[in-house]
Design a binder for this molecule. Structure first.
Ligand SMILES: NC(=O)c1ccc[n+]([C@@H]2O[C@H](COP(=O)([O-])OP(=O)(O)OC[C@H]3O[C@@H](n4cnc5c(N)ncnc54)[C@H](O)[C@@H]3O)[C@@H](O)[C@H]2O)c1
Length: 341
């Protein structure tokens, strides 16, 4: 099988390619990635030399380059996106462009080619707070309404709807996934857990929004990758035109995560620094993942306590990867890491 992976130089995309190529020795991957600030060829170094992975630098909004990358592929997995909620609050423009227009461009090209599966990677952010239709707090179901609460979440919700419409209108074999918060190796350190890990390692403050009680549903990136692989291989009659939540039922508050990182590294809790809350901050994201378990037999395998320990160790053992990110880092990251003067 030959698979186009967009956004494959980012955090989840690169981990997905690593897991896929390791477990499926006959598969080939084409990666299409614009290499924004979040894309990093160092995430792929061991993979690009395997001979089974081709890298194309390009924008998913460009139909010519998308066609070149997609021709000859059996499946498409669309990870490419602008992904940081805080950046979407400061400047939604790139989110609208990449997440909506980019997905539209991929769908348009895909419907002219013999693509057998188009997996669109969405997020539990599209649900907003995890609530039943009557307002009761409980993990989101695929049938719940979209109530996106940031420009990022709204752009992903729009892309989901476009992807679904290409199934309903043109019969494009679309599958939509909505996963909770991922953690693991190679995550750009503006995101919560690597930010906490890097700051804790150097005894800089860990910025915690508001009172730190906002909750997310955490999953190790390898469990997410395996969930996508299970959807790639499932019979189309069970998955085409369907939405699947992906989660490990590991709900943790920001404060809990800050404490877990500090405790693991034997650093003092006094490093926790409460900062002004995020605008439109969602109180609780959590997903009910029973549908993918039932349809594909997928199960998460990595408990949070184990996954966070591996993850901290990975960042401790990869100072060169971190130094490279810092060397090309931008103002946003400097501020997040408290590196700015
Ligand atoms: N990180 C999470 O916790 C999480 C949770 C659920 C869903 N998701 C979704 O998973 C996907 C991947 O997330 P991630 O955390 O790996 O993101 P990331 O920010 O680490 O990586 C995104 C990648 O997309 C590339 N990209 C951005 N704009 C592009 C464009 N116009 N054309 C081509 N490539 C472009 C970037 O260069 C980067 O390599 C996203 O669609 C995101 O919405 C993420």
């Amino acid at each position: 099988m030959r698979i186009l992976v967009t956004g494959g130089a980012g955090f989840i995309g690169s981990n997905f390619v690593r897991v896929l190529l390791m477990d499926y020795p006959t598969y080939e991957v084409v990666i299409l990635d614009k290499l924004t600030y979040a894309g990093n060829l160092n995430n792929l170094s061991s993979l690009l030399s395997s001979g089974r992975c081709t890298f194309i630098r390009g924008d998913i909004c460009d139909p010519r380059i998308v066609r070149r990358a997609m021709e000859g592929c059996d499946a498409v997995i669309n990870f490419a996106a602008e992904t940081h909620v805080d950046r979407s609050i400061i400047g939604p423009d790139a989110f609208i462009k990449t997440n909506i227009e980019g997905t539209y461009t991929l769908l348009e090209v895909a419907r002219t080619l013999p693509i057998k599966r188009f997996i669109h990677i969405s997020t539990d952010e599209v649900y907003g707070n995890a609530l039943s239709p009557t307002g009761e707090s409980r993990p989101s179901l695929e049938t719940d309404p979209q109530r996106p609460m940031s420009p990022y979440a709204a752009s992903k919700a729009a892309a989901d709807n476009l992807a679904y419409s290409y199934w309903a209108t043109y019969g494009l074999p679309v599958v939509i996934t909505r996963c909770g918060n991922n953690y693991g190796p190679y995550q750009y350190p503006e995101k919560q857990l690597p930010l906490f890990i890097l700051n804790a390692l150097e005894e800089r403050p860990l910025p915690v929004y508001g009172d730190g009680q906002n909750v997310r549903d955490w999953i190790h990136v390898y469990d997410h990758a395996n969930a996508i692989i299970s959807l790639l291989h499932q019979d189309g009659s069970h998955v085409h035109g369907e939405i699947f939540n992906i989660g490990a039922s590991e709900e943790r508050s920001i404060l809990h995560n800050a404490g877990a990182v500090l405790d693991h590294l034997e650093k003092p809790r006094t490093l926790i620094r409460f900062v002004a809350d995020r605008q439109g901050h969602v109180m609780r994201h959590a997903v009910n993942a029973s549908k993918i378990k039932r349809v594909c037999g997928w199960q998460p395998r990595i408990p949070f306590a184990e996954g966070i320990a591996y993850t901290i160790e990975w960042y401790e053992k990869n100072p060169i990867w971190i130094a490279h990110i810092r060397a090309r880092s931008n103002e946003f990251l400097q501020t997040a890491l408290n590196l700015a003067a």
